[in-house]
Design a protein around this ligand. Sequence first.
Ligand code: HEM
Length: 500
Amino acid sequence: MLFWPLITATGVLLLCRRLYYELTLGAERRRFMKQYGCKPITKIQGWDPIFGLDIVISVVRSYANNTVLQKTARMLKEYRNTIRLSFSGLPIIMTIEPENIKYMLALSFNDWELGKPRRERLGKLAGKAIFTTDGKDWEHSRALLRPNFIRKQYQDLIALEVHVQHLVDLIPKNGETVDLQEMFLRFTIDSATELLFGKSCESLLPDSSTPVNFANAFDSALLELRNQEKWGPLGRYFISDKPFQRHMKNTDEFIYGYIHAAIARQRQSKLFDKTAGERYVFLDELAKESQNPKVLRDEIISVLIAARDTTATLMSNLWFTLARQPEVWAKLHAEISLLCGEIPTHEQLKDMKYLRWCLSETLRLWPPVNFNGRMAVRDTWLPLGGGADRKSPIFVPKGQEVFWSTYALQRRKDIYGPDAEEFRPERWESIRPHWEYIPFSGGPRICIGQQFALTEAAYVTVRLVQNFPIIEHRDPKPWTEHITVVTSSKYGTQVGLRRG
Ligand code: HEM
């Protein structure tokens, strides 16, 4: 009996709500759109336009087939660079227009933040620190970390050389197959812990089970997070959080060991390791500002994620390619031979043009951070993507998430030419891209460790080429994506190296 009156009352309520919206916020938004010349943005219409379950299924399948990057790039090309879609009930805009990205990251920086979804997703791993905060909290984190990256010591090549020696010792000299990706991950955790804690965890040394266990726990935690993320907001309802928590506990145990030691040092006011020639210890510097173990843990783990996987991925992808492109290897080898086997200085590294091109080209084709995004904190707009020709501005309501795929952007043929998918370092002789090339992001939140990463990758490459002038690839499979917080090579970098 109550059914029809209830339905009618609900209908009237919804109508009133709509009318109220049209007369207030709706009217204001129409004025805004008119003012900025915004035109509608194309929406992907699948069989579930409301919750986007069709998209969720397609994404989960792409994860299973390791084709997320390619499929996203294809979709963005098909829809001409900017689209709207619903993913697990979440309305999303995706764009690979450099102008839009520049607008979000730099020109209208204050209209955007990382957003609650990212805070929640990444916050599980990194807590409250530079990767998960906005506004004053982020400014505080950035100010805390920044000085450590402008100090000369972080580019200490002698410190890197110690780890290079361990790496060289571990690589078979007789051409036996070795997975360089795994080695580089160990290398970067050793150099990152040295930078952060003042003492490397030395995972490249034989009998190094603790750091290797830590690294495995860290990797497993990242993987669990990825497994939840691929389902979008739905993931939290049916993917258990327990394995993630277990791996995080093991990771934290390792990190807290260093943190408590740093706090104890701070309390005893023995901040500087004078014997090491006034070398700064990142964690000790942070401990001057805060002696709250959780605060230190969050900042440290953020930098650890940022420093380890990204740089290891850059080096692995470069070596993956070097093993397959003998002509590139030959040119790089020739450039490095000019050092006559000497250890390079900073200046010499900077002058190695072909090496720099190789690194830029690797970061273009395989950017370690593939997906990134921001959320609008107020009603705003983006310059491109509206209308049939996608050349008009688009309206972005408050709370809307906008994502970009760096992989798809940096492979656009209309920007990089018909050979955009090819690894051709020489292209860097003539191109000076701006917002079309953003492996380190841009604007005020640009990667803080860019120079550290490039120096490290360049140095390790030079030293390995000097030690192993002969390389063979040992894996017929093409490069295949493996997505966690960064995107690496699923089957690693299987090569054989020889001393010649
Ligand atoms: C090839 C290596 C690297 C790549 C491709 C890379 C890429 C990026 C990207 C794309 C961002 C921006 C993330 C965003 O917009 O949300 C970022 C931020 C950041 N990176 Fe890197 N990164 C690399 C190496 C490093 C290293 C070695 C460190 C530290 C030692 C580092 C520390 C950071 C930090 C702290 C941030 C946060 C900056 C902020 O939000 O203010 N990165 N990185």
